[in-house]
Design a protein around this ligand. Sequence first.
Ligand code: ADP
Length: 167
Amino acid sequence: MPMETKKKRIGIYPGSFDPLTNGHLDIIIRASRLFDSLIVGVLRNDAKKTLFSMEERVALIRKCTEDIPNVSVEMFEGLLVDFVHEKKADAIVRGLRAVSDYEYELQMAMLNKHMSPDVETIFLMTDINNSYLSSSVVKDVAMHGGNIRGLVPETVIDDIYRKVKAK
Ligand code: ADP
């Protein structure tokens, strides 16, 4: 009997990543161990103003994940469930920090389930050390000349300061 080939498990971690923080990177690393491949989906949403352009956000994530062989970074627009189907992915990965994240995340997971019952969302709890971290906090600190070391991966610190300074 021919050996059945097991389908490779694909996860999608979507977000704005404006910019990537240590909180995001921790979720990427942990999710990459749960799937055969993990796609970081960077949302192009023209209605949501971002500090970093689409290309910059993708480049920063690539720079920090180039050593993880099963992680790729792609831009997407439109509905997340369409992107999930296009990539034949098995699950959406999202991170949870405080209780305040829960309501929005539940709403999105329910909505996606309604639109596409075959799509699962799984949640990874933040690492306690990253629980206060968000892209907004990083931008705020950098804009006011504060130290963002420890909040974002070392390799992107200069890129973030350069961007903020140019604004
Ligand atoms: P979005 O605009 O889709 O919320 P974000 O880039 O803000 O995009 O976040 C993407 C995902 O990463 C979300 O699920 C968010 O809850 C999660 N996340 C953001 N910061 C952290 C953190 N410090 N720890 C764990 N998860 C996080």
